[in-house]
Design a protein around this ligand. Structure first.
Ligand SMILES: O=C(O)CCC(=O)C(=O)O
Ligand SMILES: [Fe+2]
Length: 320
């Protein structure tokens, strides 16, 4: 019966395998699984155990403490970068709240955020979130190396992609709907990032749209992450990689907390020469990632079918 039916599901890659090293057959085949998954669905599961159970528990306990702070405190987190500040109390998505830590790989990034939330300081928060970010960034780096290898690109392409990456670690809380509210946690969207690496407390709710157009539930556990491609990878890959459409529906009776590591381009986002040929002419103009973030919420963006195309596609004609 093999091949008579195409099974449409999100593939999983086992990063806990000690033999998953560059140059091995295992690595090469995992690179192809990742490439295939990103081209089909724009996402895949990563089994990854570098974040210990203890760290995982600490992170999500701290997230409860963080969102339990008074609203005035949370509102202190503002940023000149769009989508880097506090977000919440929105009538269209009343269950959703989120807070982001800019540059979580630097001591300064985590400390600045902590000082805003807890002016008297909170060392345990700083240390825990700093370590967590570092470990998830390692997963991000390894995955990007595998994407580059999957396309047969030279090391230098990947080095320049990794060197220019900026990170933001965002945390999300979804409260339970009240009797008169529906259970939409977050409406369907694609992310602006290269990758978003998602992790959650043991409460499901995330759904992604598969290649066949069906929505599927994402089931995450302490050692399971979802890596999803955003608009920047669509541009970088010259339309080979799909950006993953996802949403959150709250159906469990417990509050949901999730973490997302977002990677953005610190330099221009552009398609490497190697991914441009006769069959794949360059589709997008190079762009500044933060400028795209500013464009993302404008009327023009919201009215277009594809925001990234409206922003920087060469020969753009909106079919709307
Ligand atoms: O809560 C989640 O798992 C996803 C959040 C999300 O998609 C976003 O804020 O972009
Ligand atoms: Fe998202």
């Amino acid at each position: 019966m093999m091949g008579s039916q195409t099974v449409c599901k999100v593939p999983a890659v086992d990063f806990t395998d000690e033999e998953l090293k560059p140059g091995t057959a295992k690595w090469a085949s995992a690179c192809q699984v990742i490439r295939g998954a990103l081209e089909d669905h724009g996402c895949f599961y990563a089994l990854y155990d570098k974040v210990s159970m203890e760290l995982y528990n600490s992170v999500f306990i701290l997230m409860e403490e963080l969102f339990d702070l008074p609203l005035e405190t949370k509102l202190q987190k503002i940023s000149d970068k769009p989508y880097h500040g506090y977000y919440g109390q929105n009538v269209h998505v009343p269950l959703y709240e989120s807070l982001g830590i800019n540059d979580p790989l630097t001591m300064e990034g985590v400390q600045n955020f902590t000082k805003l939330m807890w002016p008297a300081g909170y060392d345990h928060f700083c240390e825990t979130l700093g370590l967590y970010a570092k470990l998830v960034v390692e997963l991000d780096h390894m995955t990007k190396r595998m994407v580059c290898d999957g396309y047969g690109l030279e090391q230098k392409n990947c080095d320049s992609l990794l060197e220019s990456t900026k990170y933001m670690l965002r945390s999300f809380k979804y409260r339970l709907p009240q009797k008169d509210e529906n259970n939409l946690g977050l409406h369907a969207h694609t992310d602006t990032s290269f990758f978003t690496i998602l992790h959650q407390n043991n409460v499901n709710g995330l759904q992604v749209k598969l290649k066949n157009g069906e929505w599927t539930d994402i089931d995450l556990s302490p050692f399971m992450f979802l890596i999803l491609a955003g608009d920047a990878f669509k541009v970088w890959s010259n339309d080979r990689i799909q950006c993953c459409e996802h949403r959150v529906i709250i159906s469990e009776k417990k509050e949901r907390y999730s973490m997302g590591l977002f990677s953005l381009g610190g330099k221009l986002v552009e398609t490497p020469e190697e991914l441009v040929d006769e069959e794949h002419p360059r589709r997008y103009k190079p762009f500044d990632h933060y400028e795209y973030l500013r464009f993302y919420a404008t009327k023009k963006a919201l009215e277009s079918k594809s925001r990234i195309k409206a922003f920087c596609a060469i020969d753009y004609a909106d079919e709307n």
